[in-house]
Design a protein around this ligand. Sequence first.
Ligand SMILES: Nc1ncnc2c1ncn2[C@@H]1O[C@H](COP(=O)(O)OP(=O)(O)OP(=O)(O)O)[C@@H](O)[C@H]1O
Ligand SMILES: [Mg+2]
Length: 155
Amino acid sequence: MNGAHTDAVLFETALLDRHRQHRTARVTLRLRSDEDVVGLRKQVRERAVAIALSLVDQTKLVTAASELARNTIKYGGGGEVYLDSLDDGIRKGIGLLFVDAGPGIPDIDTALRDGFTTGGGLGLGLGGSKRLADEFDIESRPGEGTAVLVVKWKR
Ligand SMILES: Nc1ncnc2c1ncn2[C@@H]1O[C@H](COP(=O)(O)OP(=O)(O)OP(=O)(O)O)[C@@H](O)[C@H]1O
Ligand SMILES: [Mg+2]
């Protein structure tokens, strides 16, 4: 079923309920391997096309999805992504929530800074994803895990 599964929540985060009243669908995908990232990119692109996001916005959302999925796998030890279809009555949107049960991010402001990396990367993934999204939020507790939310609305 394309990686969909129904494991228990990895990290209890209030971000799971963000936009709950405007959510029309939620799908959960496992994130363990590069293959899972490819599958996620495809699903995000399909949903972005379905709500008629501009080509630029499609690419922004797919790029943010890739960066955050790679972080979930590399730093979080794998996890899940919730793909949400949103409709607030005026506009449609797509929400992506990445959740892992890894070590957590001790200092989120530092982690968001361009060039900060603990894994020999470029340190551009988190800050870049924030800039590419319309809404961005992180919740993390050391020793419990990390959740990162991005939302893109059709303008
Ligand atoms: N899910 C996560 N769990 C724990 N730490 C994380 C997680 N995501 C990011 N981090 C921390 O935040 C840092 C910055 O992440 P960011 O994606 O910006 O850069 P990077 O992954 O190191 O490099 P790049 O994404 O540019 O290849 C990471 O190096 C890591 O220390
Ligand atoms: Mg990264």
